[in-house]
Ligand binder design. Structure first.
Ligand SMILES: Cc1cc2nc3c(=O)[nH]c(=O)nc-3n(C[C@H](O)[C@H](O)[C@H](O)COP(=O)(O)OP(=O)(O)OC[C@H]3O[C@@H](n4cnc5c(N)ncnc54)[C@H](O)[C@@H]3O)c2cc1C
Ligand SMILES: Cc1ncc(C[n+]2csc(CCOP(=O)(O)OP(=O)(O)O)c2C)c(N)n1
Ligand SMILES: [Mg+2]
Length: 588
């Protein structure tokens, strides 16, 4: 694979129309689209496609469950910015992909999912392993296709790639009947190209709107930039930084925006929202201008809408017109690619000196940010915050961290400081437990030279733990940190706060994770004290293969601050004073 002779063969195939089977056309089209890695699981209705794979320079990772394949394709896409690809058979193979497709849809991840389908002659007869997967995935795909002729395969796949990556990215499913895979057709890669992408007609920036936005920015006394996932999607980190530095505007990030603006930058406030830092949420509530950059005002970000940022004018820069005024009413909408819009806006923004506003936030941060866990004495307990903090410190903040969903996910967001885009991979919108391990495998294939860490809870890890076997078979180096609190911790926390500590169905028995890893030929170690932490992280990093660390952490710790559902953004539950982990000096 990848040698010159081989690539000449494929250059020729892509340049000159050739008769191929539908199955061969699938792979030839993927090669033409630049795909090198796919994640999948075979079965009867997709077997012709698997049979043809050996002729093409594409690496296929055999997963242990198709949900893993869709999360791997997703993790691959998030880490690389390219389109991730997964493959499954009809019926149960296809339905097993659905959670991963919905996960990608909610977070706007470009992905192409290829499924086998029963032959066109028996479609609609409840044939063996027939399921209407285009019907099932209609609400969770950006678009989907059912293809029953070999000659339609290349055009559909090429259109799928274009749809997945253009505009607001998202997952696309292509369902191909078995007879279409077996038939032959002329493969003509160039002729199969879709018409050039036509941007949405509303993606046009009005000169008047741009000038009004600039005027609001020039006049604002208490502005805040809200930087979201779109900053990473549009590769607009530099432009956001230029705007922030030029007009001295502090930057708050969404969970999916973390890494889009360097954590160490003096204007970076940190994460906003339900588990955001208190000074960030207070700044948003006090702001006179919000400049929302590629973020969609998710309910985890706004708290109750009625009292959200009541004093602020709002500018929304967003590629999807459907997001404008969906959750939060805005004063000015600049609909377009964030990077392009900011490039148009920047020349209109004069430089200014550090404003009293930035200084006042700095002061409130200084007064309430004494959460420096490094300085807390070791009281014999192991807290998740210490674990994440040490992983951050020891990896120098340079690893790709892939989290699962729950308390550990929020602690990661709070204590691992991301400097670079695409270094935090997490399921935000759907909040899919089981995401981390497979998504990390995808990320490692996308960035083989990067250090990759999984941070998962004891609950979510068990949902897709079978992918340990995939790691072993593929011989890839991933470090796994299980934040093992013996509970479905985030749900336990809600039970503690809102259901009178009725811990119904949240205490969870787990296998010995180190032995489980061992059964897969993966080394591991249990960690019970803070004293062992640094050496354990170092041991995992220096191990030649994958390594699992089972951190037995404090069982009833909670994530603070927290905004209860229905509260305003500034109405937070704070860490109680008796806790050994201080969040603020006032908490003393
Ligand atoms: C347990 C849990 C707790 C959570 N708590 C928090 C929390 O405290 N704080 C928090 O922030 N989140 C939290 N989340 C995540 C939250 O649910 C959302 O997923 C997240 O806030 C969405 O961030 P976003 O709007 O930046 O990204 P997305 O949902 O991905 O939206 C990105 C937006 O950018 C637009 N866009 C994409 N590309 C471009 C482009 N090129 N140009 C312009 N626009 C573009 C898209 O159209 C979309 O509207 C939590 C999730 C879980 C599971
Ligand atoms: C597939 C799925 N099922 C249920 C939930 C609801 N849920 C959110 S967080 C959570 C608990 C996660 O527990 P664990 O993986 O141990 O992580 P912790 O919160 O303890 O860090 C649950 C059950 C979910 N997000 N995803
Ligand atoms: Mg747990």
């Amino acid at each position: 694979m990848g040698n010159d002779a081989n690539s000449q063969v494929f250059d020729a195939l892509l340049a000159s129309p050739t008769r191929l089977t539908g199955a061969e056309i699938v792979w030839a089209t993927l090669v033409g689209e630049g795909v090198t890695d796919v994640f999948g699981y075979p079965g009867g209705a997709i077997l012709p496609v698997y049979d043809a794979l050996r002729k093409f320079p594409i690496h296929h990772t055999l997963v242990r469950h198709e949900q893993g394949a869709s999360h791997m394709a997703d993790g691959y896409a998030r880490a690389s910015g390219k389109v991730g690809v997964c493959v499954a058979t009809s019926g149960p193979g296809a339905t097993n992909l659905v959670t991963g497709i919905a996960t990608a849809m909610l977070d706007s991840i470009p992905m192409v999912c290829i499924t086998g389908q029963v032959s066109s002659k028996v479609l609609g007869t409840d044939a063996f392993q027939e399921v209407d997967i285009t019907g099932i995935t209609l609400p969770v795909t950006k678009h989907n296709f059912i293809i029953s002729k070999a000659e339609e395969i290349a055009p559909a796949l090429r259109a799928a790639f274009q749809i997945a990556r253009e505009g607001r990215p998202g997952p696309v499913l292509v369902d191909i009947t078995k007879d279409a895979q077996q038939a032959t057709a002329i493969f003509d890669f160039a002729a199969a190209a879709p018409p050039p992408h036509r941007p949405h007609p509303m993606l046009h920036i009005d000169e008047k709107d741009l000038e009004q936005a600039a005027e609001l920015i020039r006049r604002a006394k208490r502005p805040v930039i809200l930087a979201g996932h779109g900053v990473i999607d549009s590769n607009a980190g530099e432009q956001v930084r230029a705007l922030a530095e030029r007009a001295r505007i502090p930057v708050a990030l969404t969970l999916l925006g973390l890494g889009g603006f360097p954590a160490s930058h003096p204007l970076n406030l940190g994460m906003m929202g339900m588990h955001g830092e208190s000074w960030v949420n207070h700044a948003i509530q006090e702001a006179d201008l919000l400049i929302a950059c590629g973020m969609r005002f998710d309910d985890r970000v706004t708290g109750t809408i009625a009292s959200y940022a009541p004093k602020a004018k709002k500018i929304h820069i967003e590629i999807d017109p459907a997001e404008i005024n969906k959750n939060v009413k805005v004063d000015i909408a600049l609909i377009g690619d964030l990077r392009a819009v900011l490039e148009d806006l920047l020349p209109r923004i004069p430089s200014r000196e550090n404003s009293p506003w930035v200084k006042s936030i700095e002061a409130s941060k200084g007064a309430s940010a004494v959460r420096d866990i490094k300085n807390l004495p070791d009281n014999g307990h192991l807290y998740a915050a210490h674990v994440i903090h040490d992983i951050w410190r020891i990896t120098g903040g340079n690893a790709i961290v892939v989290t699962d969903v729950g308390q550990h996910q929020m602690w990661e967001a709070q204590y691992y400081h991301h400097e670079e885009p695409r270094t935090l991979i997490t399921s935000g919108g759907l909040g899919t437990m089981g995401f981390a391990l497979p998504a990390a495998i995808g990320a490692k294939f996308a960035c083989p030279d990067k250090e990759v860490w999984v941070v998962a809870g004891d609950g979510g890890f068990q949902m897709t733990a079978s992918e340990l076997s995939t790691i072993a078979q593929e011989k890839i180096k991933i470090n796994i940190a299980i934040i093992n609190n013996g509970y479905l911790g985030m749900v336990r926390q809600w039970q503690e706060f809102f259901y009178e500590r009725n811990y119904e169905s949240t205490p969870m028995l787990s296998p010995d994770f180190v032995k489980l890893a061992d059964a897969h030929g993966i080394a591991g170690r249990a960690v019970r004290t803070r004293a062992e932490l640094a050496s354990a992280v170092a041991e995992a990093r220096s191990a030649p293969g994958a390594f699992l660390l089972n951190f037995l952490v404090e069982q009833e710790d909670s994530v603070y601050p927290m905004i209860p559902v229905g509260n305003a953004l500034h109405e937070m539950i704070r860490r109680p004073g008796h806790s050994p982990l201080l969040e603020t000096p006032e908490d003393k």
